[in-house]
Design a protein around this ligand. Structure first.
Ligand SMILES: [Zn+2]
Ligand SMILES: [Zn+2]
Length: 90
């Protein structure tokens, strides 16, 4: 029996119940804050020009914004291609 309301349950058991989703959200948020703190302390450099820089480090420089936009477009395209595939095979 998995323990609900835990990040590990969300990741390892792929449980998507409310407490687990919330635990995951909190965990991600804490990780993000920790990263930003390290960047501010000069211990970590933001990987500019990456989707991670935009999302994980909350960087909004032109390079990160572009990378994030590209990533979103790629995800959308993939999703659309999959939907089309499913529609044609059904
Ligand atoms: Zn759960
Ligand atoms: Zn950046």
């Amino acid at each position: 029996m998995p323990t609900h309301g835990r990040y590990t349950t969300y990741v390892n058991q792929k449980c998507r119940c409310k407490p687990c989703v919330k635990a995951n959200t909190v965990w991600c948020e804490n990780r993000r804050k920790e990263r930003i703190r390290l960047v501010e302390a000069g211990l970590l450099t933001i990987p500019h020009g990456t989707d991670g820089g935009y999302r994980n480090y909350a960087c909004r420089c032109a390079d990160c914004k572009r990378a994030h936009a590209d990533m979103r477009l790629a995800t959308l395209r993939r999703r659309r291609a999959r939907a089309l595939q499913q529609a044609s095979s059904a």
